[in-house]
Write a protein that binds this ligand. Structure first.
Ligand code: SF4
Length: 494
């Protein structure tokens, strides 16, 4: 019999997602995947938003004990309530083996309390109800007279006017009281089940879609360690029951999946055939697609940032703002030139970025991007910089989505059923990849940019980051050129 550890709101949420996740979190946390830089940045954003949210309820007292001092935090909370504090941040309660910290607790006119959970998301998500409900259950069980439960999240419709944030505008307060009331009766039973499970051995749970939902589980690496190089989990949109069937039959590798398996969808069957075939597949329709490109061909890629807390006037939470672009221009005779732009100041990047785009990408000629995201960015630029609307509309009208074309006409074992540039480039083009780049992907690019422009880096380090960002974005567009060249060669156009 294993000793049952104490629960918290995050452990309760983990247990709802997967009992094995909760068990591992409590008994074997060392098996978790390392926290990535991007995940850490998300946590940091959550903390920043949480701290800002406190100012939305001024006059509160912070219960300062940290997560290792839960009992002391409960005593401080009790004392502050007794002394008449009107509002508490990080109040602590314990009941039924669960210790919770409440983001904001506000005393109302009737002398009762409103419980407010703060999230850095910009909408209400299904899992927020259980999160708030377990807090209400514990606080109520500890004797707190609660009148309402609320969720405070970022307001997706907020438009930042500049200066200090208007917190009434920046946040949306949603009343969850009804949903929480409905959820409360289920909690004692759920907690009982979790405690029984935690007292036993690690439960057996198969990997499946629940590993990503509502949050990517930190034990993915551990639970998927048995999978071979071409795992069946690579098959796109594989239903949990089909995955379970495969694993039960000992089929862990795509190489072992029978192509005639009746539950495979056409796209899954194609991925199996590509991996089992072991070579590049090019469908005949690709010739006509590539032949439709008009020279000079512009290979365009943007890097954007999506700050939770808006940085530029006229933008809102999580709005994508382009800060950089790279463009390789391929002439019909095969010559190639490169242009790029990177905004290095704290000012709004969009005016100068839009002007530079218009100056470089004036037609004619197709504009190749690697997703439909570039089209949405151009649309946003046309709206925010109306003086360039015609130029942005012209560039949009010439867009050619290479990713979509690759997805429709190209297969290769090393794509693992996906079409991301990071996989397609090394699979199709020898000697060109993202290995060795200081910025390996778009998420890290976003982080680095914000550190360089909005952080306190010394000048030399800032400049080094800018060079890394330029190299990364240029690799994206040069990669597109080389993918195009390889495919054009394959279909006899080069
Ligand atoms: S990876 Fe999946 S199966 Fe493993 S603990 Fe996490 S959610 Fe559960």
């Amino acid at each position: 019999m294993v000793q049952v550890p104490g629960l918290s709101k995050s452990r309760f949420q983990a247990g709802l997602q997967c009992p094995k996740r909760l068990w591992l979190e409590c008994h074997a946390p060392e098996l978790a995947d390392p926290t990535s830089e991007v995940q850490q940045a998300l946590f940091d954003t959550g903390h920043r938003v949480g701290e800002l949210a406190r100012d939305r309820f001024p006059g509160g007292v912070l219960v300062g004990e940290d997560h290792t001092q839960g009992r002391a935090a409960c005593r401080t909370t009790e004392r502050l309530i007794r002394e008449g504090a009107p509002c508490l941040y990080e109040a602590a309660f314990e009941h039924d083996g669960v210790l919770v910290r409440v983001d904001v607790l506000r005393r109302n006119e009737a002398g009762q309390w409103d419980l407010i959970e703060v999230k850095s998301s910009n909408s209400l998500q299904p899992e927020h109800t259980s999160d708030a409900a377990v807090q209400a259950y514990v606080a109520g069980g500890a004797g707190l007279p609660l009148s309402g439960t609320y969720l405070l999240h970022l307001n997706r419709d907020c438009v930042y006017p500049g200066g200090s944030y208007d917190l009434e505008e920046l946040f949306t307060l949603e009343d969850l009281s009804g949903l929480v009331e409905e959820y409360l009766p289920a909690i004692p039973g759920l907690l009982r089940q979790m405690k029984v499970m935690l007292a036993g051995d690690c439960p057996e749970v198969r990997i499946g879609r629940h590993c990503e939902n509502p949050h990517r589980c930190q034990f993915r690496g551990y639970c998927r360690g048995f999978l071979p190089e071409y795992p069946v989990t690579d098959l796109p949109r594989l239903a949990d029951e089909v995955l379970a069937e495969f694993l039960e039959q000992g089929i862990c590798s795509v190489l072992d999946v029978p192509l005639s398996h009746p539950r495979l969808t056409p796209s899954q069957r194609r991925v199996c055939a590509d991996i089992q075939g072991g070579r590049l597949r090019v469908e005949p329709g690709l010739t006509a697609e590539l032949a439709g490109l008009r020279f000079p061909v512009y290979f365009l890629d943007f890097e954007t940032i999506m700050p939770a807390l808006p940085l530029y006037v006229g933008t809102g939470p999580y709005q994508g703002v382009p800060v950089q672009w790279s463009c390789h221009i391929l002439q019909a005779d095969g010559t190639l030139e490169h242009h790029e732009f990177l905004h290095r100041e704290r000012t709004d990047p969009r005016p100068s970025l839009t002007e530079s785009l218009a100056a470089t990408l004036g037609g004619p000629g197709s504009v190749v991007s690697y997703s439909d995201y570039e089209g949405r960015i151009l649309e946003g630029l046309a709206q925010s910089q109306p003086q360039w609307a015609a130029e942005m509309a012209d560039i949009r009208s010439r867009l050619f989505d290479l990713r979509e074309v690759v997805g429709r006409y190209v297969g290769h074992p090393d794509l693992h059923g996906r079409t991301s540039l990071k996989l397609v480039l090394p699979a199709l083009v020898e000697g060109l990849s993202y290995q060795g780049l200081a910025v390996p992907d778009g998420e890290v690019a976003m982080l680095r940019y914000q550190e360089a422009v909005w952080g306190e880096l010394p000048q030399a380090e800032r400049e080094a980051v800018f060079q890394d960002l330029l190299a990364y974005c240029a690799t994206d567009t040069l990669g597109m050129v080389e993918i195009y060249r390889r495919l054009a060669f394959e279909v006899g156009l080069a």
